[in-house]
Every structure is written in structure tokens, then in C-alpha cells.
Design a protein around this ligand. Structure first.
Ligand SMILES: [Fe+2]
Ligand SMILES: [Fe+2]
Length: 156
């Protein structure tokens, strides 16, 4: 991917880096093209931010990537929640709560970074990477299952 970040496939100690890039996992596919493309864009955005930090890019560049990523997170949550409402997903309220907690935590980290705390930037990247992985595999998968159930069995 680049020279500043460790290769995610390399053996430790590189794997233990807090800024190890995320590699797209086919297990994260939901089957909905719009959600999948947004999820992939989120992974790319997190990796771009990790790259910018690891490579010591200017604060202006880091801020540009970070701002885009945060707006994209908000857009994605809205898209997903709207689709859940449209498809009558019964766990929408709990799912939206999970989004809201992540959104609030991210906003707090962004605000402290804006106030001058650069250490919160790494925390933000590692939180996002871990949260997205867990969320894609857990609650987003439950919605993917709902979409599949709604589509019914494949006909021959
Ligand atoms: Fe979600
Ligand atoms: Fe999602």
C-alpha cells in the first residue's frame, strides 16, 4: 500500500502497530451494492488517514482527510438507517443507537484533536478500524441477513 505503514500480511511485530491498514474482508459483504461500496470507501478512508499520520503529512492534509471521513461516516449511517426503515428491519432502533454512540465518541475525539491534542488522532484511527471491523461483522451482518431473508430463496 505504501512505505510508511506496515504490511498487514507481514508477521509481527508489524501486525501489532496501531496503524496497521485494514484489508477488505469478503465476510463483510452485505449483498447490498450501495452499502458494500460505502463500507469499502470507509475502509479506504481509514487507511488514508492512517497513511497520512504514519507518513507525517501536513496537519492541513490530515485535517482534509479526517473531515471527509467524518462526514462520510455520518452519511453512511444515515443511508443505512434509511434503508433499514424502508426494509422494515426490526432491530433498527438498537442499530441506530450503536451508530449514535460511535458518532458521539468520534465527534469527541475530533474536537479534542481540533483543540490541539494530536494523540487523539491515533486513538481515533484505531477506534474506527476496530469499531468498523466489529460492526461490519456483527450488527451490519444481521441486516444483511434480513435483506437475504426478505429476498427469499433463490429460484432454480
Ligand atoms: Fe451499521
Ligand atoms: Fe454499515
Amino acid at each position: 500500500m505504501n512505505d510508511c505503514l506496515p504490511n498487514p500480511l507481514a508477521p509481527s511485530p508489524a501486525r501489532t502497530s496501531r496503524l496497521t491498514p485494514l484489508a477488505w474482508d469478503p465476510a463483510w459483504e452485505t449483498g447490498d451494492p450501495r452499502l458494500d461500496s460505502q463500507h469499502k470507501a470507509l475502509v479506504t478512508g481509514v487507511n488514508r488517514l492512517a497513511f497520512a499520520i504514519a507518513c507525517g503529512q501536513t496537519q492541513e492534509e490530515v485535517w482534509r482527510i479526517l473531515s471527509f471521513l467524518i462526514v462520510y461516516v455520518h452519511t453512511h449511517f444515515r443511508t443505512e438507517e434509511n434503508l433499514m426503515a424502508e426494509k422494515g428491519f426490526p432491530e433498527l432502533a438498537a442499530h441506530a443507537d450503536e451508530h449514535e454512540r460511535a458518532r458521539a465518541y468520534l465527534d469527541r475525539l475530533v474536537n479534542t484533536y481540533r483543540a490541539g491534542s494530536t494523540s487523539d488522532l491515533e486513538e481515533l484511527v484505531s477506534f474506527l478500524a476496530a469499531w468498523l471491523t466489529e460492526h461490519f461483522l456483527g450488527t451490519d451482518r444481521a441486516f444483511a441477513q434480513h435483506l437475504q431473508d426478505e429476498a427469499g430463496p433463490l429460484r432454480p
